[in-house]
Ligand binder design. Structure first.
Ligand code: FMN
Length: 203
């Protein structure tokens, strides 16, 4: 069974290396991960006053993420932090209070940069928000992808062979296994609870 994955890319740039990384992860597991890129560039800035009558872009975003089995964040780092457009999307999805579409969704974070520390700062800021939002976050492998440039991909946007491709393959497998483990554990727990309830009825 393929899990529905909402991909949220923290870059609006046409030729974004993070978008290419996201596509590479999906392409490697297209048998098990049914990925959709979720548009975030059109989301009006979060304003609590609008919660009573939300803009249709917020509603569309919340619905798309809400329908997913898992979330994959792929983002650049801007000035050692999370790009504003991505933080806005996280804020939009997290509200109204008590109705966060991120709640309990397994997720992973990948940050890619031409720089050598691979967006470490942004990665951990995204992680901090997601942990607060009750998302089970994949812990390993950590994905601070440094020295990623246009040259890491061929003209069609595919990853060239090399160490980065190996790491992305490991990541893609680990992410699928993570999403599967979370959903399978919940299914088994629900089954156990149903059996226990049945047993109590027969006492
Ligand atoms: C406003 C801005 C701030 C940036 N700050 C950082 C930074 O803190 N760390 C870093 O590694 N790269 C930084 N960069 C460079 C980006 O990593 C680089 O532009 C990257 O290609 C952006 O990701 P994208 O290709 O997915 O759009 C910054 C770029 C911009 C436009």
């Amino acid at each position: 069974m393929a899990y529905k994955i909402a991909i949220i890319v923290g870059s609006l740039r046409e030729g974004s290396i993070n978008r290419k990384v996201a596509r590479s992860i999906c392409a490697l597991r297209d048998d098990n991960l049914d990925c959709s890129m979720i548009e975030i560039g059109d989301l009006p800035l979060y304003n609590q006053d609008l919660d009573a009558n939300p803009p249709e872009q917020w509603t569309r975003f919340r619905q798309q993420v809400g329908e997913a089995d898992g979330v994959l964040f792929c983002s650049p780092e801007y000035n050692r932090g999370v790009p504003g457009v991505l933080k806005n999307a996280i804020d939009v999805g997290s509200r109204p209070y008590g109705q966060s579409v991120f709640d309990k969704k397994p997720a992973a974070i990948v940050t890619a940069s031409p720089g050598s520390i691979g967006g470490f700062g942004a990665n951990h800021q995204i992680r901090q928000a997601c942990v607060f939002l009750n998302m089970p976050m994949m812990q390993q492998p950590e994905a601070y992808l440094g020295h990623v440039t246009d040259d890491s991909f061929d003209a069609s946007g595919k990853l060239k062979d090399g160490p980065l491709k190996g790491l992305i393959e490991t990541l893609a497998h680990a992410f699928h296994d993570w999403v599967h483990m979370i959903h399978e554990s919940r299914r088994l727990l629900a089954e156990d609870a149903a059996h226990a309830a049945q047993a109590r009825e027969h006492v």
